[in-house]
Ligand binder design. Structure first.
Ligand code: HEC
Length: 263
């Protein structure tokens, strides 16, 4: 009898540890943390995202473009040169461009206004690298975004509408997967809860170790439009900025983990 119960105990323990293991792998954020730790140990403390940050810093500080100016004169919402925490305050309205801009579109509009680049000359890879540099300066800062200007409120409402709008050949919305399907999974990955899980918006821009790519929120949104079977909105366009604004407001109060390191 004693042996029997010991056996039951062993089996229960094994099942329990399996359950714990499975739960850990269920959480993509925890899984990413594990991968990050491993990678840091193997590489002696350097992550792939550090390379984008370094490249972005160089691009940010160099005098470039027809006007031979650096981006240090660009105001990201706290005044020129004040870069800490700006990612958690974007998208926001800027008086100089009279537009609500997210991180990507603000970098682009400063490259146009301050450095004199033509829109068609702006390389997406440069915008992404500069976004990674600015993200590194917002690490561990809170998301504090609050739409107050009428332009920001209008875009927030547009973002909310787009988030719930069912369209495309599959008659789905962002909310279909990221609210209704939360708890189910897409392949190996569980659908992220974009309304309640504040970690989601706070780790973009991010390095995706599964396919070795540096993505900003705009890349993520565009990829999800493809999943929806719909044409993706252009980079720097209003739908992208509106959805980003809506999602970032949901994550208000969370501490940013930047640049993100995700699956
Ligand atoms: C058919 C299901 C589906 C729909 C519809 C969908 N997504 Fe996604 N989304 C995914 C999957 C799957 C992932 C995770 C993929 C990965 O990380 O490899 C994801 C990831 C994301 C992430 C990153 C989450 C994180 O944890 O960092 C964001 C943000 C996002 N989607 C936004 C949107 C928006 C905005 C829309 C609407 C335009 C949308 N999604 C529509 C399936 C969907």
């Amino acid at each position: 009898m004693g042996r029997f119960w010991r056996l039951v105990g062993t089996v229960v323990l094994a099942l329990f540890s399996l359950l714990v293991l499975a739960q850990e792998e269920d959480d993509p954020v925890k899984e990413a943390e594990k991968q990050k730790k491993q990678l840091l140990e193997q590489s002696g403390g350097v992550l792939p995202s550090d390379l984008f940050v370094a490249q972005g810093e160089q691009l940010f500080k160099a005098k470039r473009g027809p006007k031979q100016a650096s981006l240090e004169a660009c105001d990201f919402g706290r005044g020129p040169g004040k870069l800490e925490g700006v990612v958690g305050r974007l998208p926001r309205y800027f008086f100089d461009t009279r537009r609500v801009e997210d991180l990507d579109s603000r970098i682009r509009s400063c490259m146009i206004r301050i450095q004199g680049f033509k829109p068609e000359e702006i390389k997406r890879s440069e915008v992404v690298a500069i976004a990674f540099y600015l993200a590194s300066l917002s690490n561990e800062q809170p998301i504090t975004i609050t739409p107050v200007m009428p332009q920001e409120k209008r875009l927030y409402e547009l973002g909310e509408k787009l988030f719930y709008l069912r369209a495309g050949p599959r008659d789905m919305s962002c909310a279909t997967c990221h609210v209704s399907y939360v708890g189910r999974r897409a392949g190996v990955l569980p659908y992220s809860d974009l309304l309640k899980d504040k970690r989601v918006a706070s780790h973009w821009p991010a390095f995706r170790y599964s396919n070795d790519q540096a993505w900003t929120m705009a890349d993520r949104i565009r990829a999800c439009y493809t999943v929806l079977g719909m044409p993706a909105p252009d980079f720097y366009s209003e739908p992208i900025i509106a959805l980003t604004l809506f999602m970032n407001v949901q994550a208000r109060g969370s501490k940013m983990d930047l640049p993100g390191f995700i699956r």
